[in-house]
Write a protein that binds this ligand. Structure first.
Ligand SMILES: NC(=O)c1ccc[n+]([C@@H]2O[C@H](COP(=O)([O-])OP(=O)(O)OC[C@H]3O[C@@H](n4cnc5c(N)ncnc54)[C@H](OP(=O)(O)O)[C@@H]3O)[C@@H](O)[C@H]2O)c1
Length: 326
């Protein structure tokens, strides 16, 4: 089978299309013919050596959508021919992947394949962040950093669905502000002065919930505009820096800093994701949530997809077409 393999960390040129053996499922695993995979920002960090340990040859990619080809002896939830999304055991940039049955989810019949393909990482993550960690309610003013991206544009829609009182997004360039505004953001600011604008517009009270996927100085500036009883939800470090805060910044003000990783959840609590899949599919099939697809590339052009997300010019989710058999 064809797969995109890396043998060293580096620029997008290290992504090489190669012929490698097709994987075999174990008893509790499923072999899936991949129709779509996607690019997540974590793939860029893994490619450049800022996240993954060096275990070459390495296949990147966190999620895939495809058709069940073969199931292990103990698998009951799906059968060959079923359309599924999954979080594969190894990388997803490949014609076939193997995934645990706990991390494979059947796509409802009425759900378009491409839309389903866009939702695994951004949909599951945004659901957990907004519903379980932040528990957004109607009195909350919410700040979403990198609001035009795959995760950011999904968080905005979920915050809106949960009835947030006011939603503010940040972007690196106002050219990207139209998508978050269309999806429900009330204001979009740039990183240059988001904190000043928020102080002004909230009479120095600040915001109740902050979704921080940036870290570095953005975390510090975000803590300065987090209201009493507010929550900063930290789930990424796209800036490449490390964020910091003082313990005295949290206790007297009753503020919390919460962290979340879908990767750790997949490894240690995979069973908690089945209810998330159900809720997510329901939101999408009811037309309440529309995962935004910003671009699509064929597998052979995956390097261009990586360059696009690194350029900070992408909006929404970037899909990768692996096979044309659907
Ligand atoms: N915790 C988890 O389990 C988990 C899972 C998935 C994703 N994430 C995190 O969620 C965030 C969004 O992921 P995504 O896949 O949806 O990506 P994305 O938001 O579609 O694209 C990445 C965005 O990051 C922003 N960014 C900030 N600093 C950057 C830099 N130095 N270089 C390039 N881009 C930079 C850019 O938006 P602006 O220029 O507008 O800021 C860029 O568009 C990432 O931090 C990712 O690591 C976490």
């Amino acid at each position: 089978m064809k797969a995109v393999v890396i043998n060293e960390f580096g620029s997008s040129e290290v992504l090489q299309l190669k012929e490698i053996p097709k994987p075999e499922p174990k008893p509790d695993e499923i072999l899936i013919k991949v129709i779509y995979t996607s690019v997540n920002y974590a793939d860029v960090k893994n490619r450049t050596g800022n996240k993954a340990k060096a275990e070459f040859p390495m296949i990147l990619g966190l999620d895939a959508a495809g058709i069940v080809e073969k199931v292990g002896a103990s698998v009951e939830k799906v059968q060959p021919g079923d359309r599924v999304i999954c979080f594969p055991k190894r990388g997803a940039y490949a014609e076939y992947v193997v995934a645990s049955d706990l991390l494979t989810f059947k796509i409802p019949d009425q759900l378009d394949f491409k839309i389903a393909a866009a939702c695994p990482t951004v949909g599951f993550l945004s659901y957990k962040l907004t519903h379980d960690l932040a528990q957004i309610n109607q009195t909350d003013t919410v700040l979403v950093h990198s609001a035009a991206g795959g995760v950011g544009s999904t968080i905005i829609q979920m915050a809106k669905l949960l009835g947030a009182k006011r939603i503010i997004g940040t972007v690196s360039s106002l050219e990207k502000s139209s998508l978050p505004l269309e999806l429900g953001a009330d204001d979009v600011y740039t990183y240059a002065d988001f904190d000043e604008k928020i102080k002004e517009s909230t009479d120095d009270k600040g915001v109740d919930i902050i979704f921080d996927s940036q870290a570095g100085e953005i975390t510090k500036r975000s803590m300065d505009i987090l209201s009493h009883f507010g929550k900063l939800i930290h789930f990424g470090n796209s800036s490449g820096g490390i964020g910091s805060f003082n313990t005295k910044e949290v206790h007297a003000s009753c503020r919390s800093v919460l962290g979340f990783s879908l990767g750790t959840t997949r490894k240690e609590r995979p069973e908690t994701l089945e209810p998330v899949a159900r809720q997510l599919f329901e939101l999408i099939t009811n037309g309440k949530l529309e995962i935004q697809i910003g671009a699509e590339f064929p597998l052979e052009k995956i390097a261009e997809a990586h360059d696009l997300i690194s350029s900070r010019k992408s909006t929404g989710k970037i899909l990768i077409r692996v096979s044309r058999s659907c």
